[in-house]
Design a binder for this molecule. Structure first.
Ligand code: DCP
Length: 215
């Protein structure tokens, strides 16, 4: 076992290409790569909180987001198998982007937002969750919408462009303008609208910066 020397979080909109980025580094570097536990969100003891949330966010938003917060915490704290860890999203974006979006768009009752916020604040004040670098895959909501349609994940068929625009705006405020919430680490911005070949090229070009954990 190793102690975590560096933790790099890959952030970006839905279908911005985070998985492709993680898979690229998994294949080409000796690092630990943790993808998002989305399969768990689609099946917890036979239930699908992700699907339920998209069908009725007001009723099921807190259900999904409580579980997302747990699985993210588990990821951040899990024993590491290499000195450098790269992971998809973080407990921070779960709260600052997705929970906030549900609440601000009027889809989450205030009491649910309050309970999730209390949980989040307790966790982040009592448990060290070190992040050394955030890689922000900056994409246009239109590109994500196209990729989403191509990917055809059953639960996501009903996601409208406006939803991706709202997520995009929250990411921009958080990581580019830095006007909304605490940014827990330096941010490296990579534009993510290009096709696959160009994206892989960009990852190669930025490899040192990313793996050395600085921007
Ligand atoms: N999701 C959510 N709340 C969160 C985190 C994710 O509702 N706190 C949803 C959004 C997506 C699904 O979970 O419908 C998976 O999200 P990602 O965008 O993280 O995963 P992708 O596989 O879409 O990423 P990418 O295409 O960039 O690899």
């Amino acid at each position: 076992q190793f102690t975590v020397e560096r933790c790099i979080c890959i952030e970006g909109n839905i279908a911005s290409g985070k998985t492709t980025c993680l898979e690229y580094f998994r294949k080409t570097s000796n690092i630990e790569v943790l993808t998002e536990p989305v399969s768990k969100w689609r099946n917890v003891r036979g239930h699908n909180p992700l699907g339920l949330m998209y069908q009725d966010p007001t009723r099921w938003g807190i259900t999904l987001q409580t579980y997302v917060q747990l699985t993210m915490l588990d990821r951040h704290l899990s024993a590491i198998s290499a000195p450098v860890r790269m992971m998809e999203r973080s407990i921070y974006s779960a709260k600052y982007i997705f929970v906030d979006n549900l609440y601000r768009s009027g889809k989450m009752p205030e009491v649910d937002f309050a309970v999730l916020s209390e949980w989040f604040e307790w966790i982040t004040q009592n448990i060290a969750i070190p992040v050394d670098l955030i890689v922000y895959l900056q994409s246009s909501p239109q590109t994500c919408h196209e990729r989403l349609k191509e990917r055809c994940r059953e639960e996501e068929k009903i996601i409208p462009l406006e939803y991706l625009e709202a997520i995009h705006q929250l990411y921009e405020d958080w990581l580019i303008k830095k006007t909304s919430f605490n940014v827990p680490a330096p941010v490296l911005v990579i534009s993510a609208d290009d096709d696959l070949q160009k994206m892989l090229h960009q990852y190669e070009e930025n490899r040192e910066k990313i793996l050395s954990g600085s921007n």
